[in-house]
Write a protein that binds this ligand. Structure first.
Ligand SMILES: [Zn+2]
Length: 135
C-alpha cells in the first residue's frame, strides 16, 4: 500500500482513530449489549483505560485497530512506504504501551482480552468471541 496521504489528512485520520467511540468499538459495544453483558466504558483509573470493562467478570477488553496496534499476520498490519522510521518508532511505542497496560491490569487481577478491528466485520464471529470471552 502506497502512503499518499497529506500530513493534514494524516493527522485527521490519526485523531479520529485515536478518539473514543470508533466504529469497531461501537460494534463491540452493541453486540455485548445485545448479549446482555453489563459493562463500563473507558475506565480511566485502570491501566490503559480499557475500552470496555466488565466488572462482574473482572475482564477488561480493548478494541484495537489492526494498523495502529499491529495485529500480527493481519493484512491491515502493513508499514507505509514513506517515513518508515517514523512509523516503526510509532508502532513500537503503541505496542509497548499496550503491553504495559496488559501487564498492569493482570497484576491487578484483571483478565485482559483484545478484539481486533478486523474481527468486528463479521457480527456472528464477534458474538461468538464475546460469548467465549465472557460467558
Ligand atoms: Zn486484524
Amino acid at each position: 500500500m502506497v502512503d499518499t496521504v497529506s500530513p493534514a489528512r494524516r493527522s485527521e485520520i490519526m485523531s479520529r482513530i485515536r478518539g473514543k467511540g470508533t466504529k469497531p468499538e461501537l460494534l463491540v459495544r452493541s453486540v455485548a449489549h445485545r448479549l446482555g453483558f453489563r459493562f463500563r466504558l473507558h475506565q480511566k483509573k485502570l491501566p490503559g483505560s480499557p475500552d470496555l470493562v466488565f466488572p462482574g467478570r473482572k475482564t477488561a477488553l480493548f478494541v484495537h485497530g489492526c494498523f495502529w496496534h499491529r495485529h500480527q499476520g493481519c493484512r491491515h498490519c502493513y508499514v507505509p512506504k514513506s517515513n518508515i522510521l517514523f512509523w516503526r518508532e510509532k508502532f513500537k511505542k503503541n505496542v509497548l504501551r499496550d503491553q504495559r497496560a496488559r501487564t498492569g491490569l493482570e497484576e491487578m487481577g484483571w483478565r485482559v482480552s483484545v478484539i481486533w478491528e478486523c474481527e468486528t466485520a463479521d457480527s456472528n464471529r464477534l458474538r461468538k468471541k464475546l460469548k467465549r470471552l465472557l460467558g
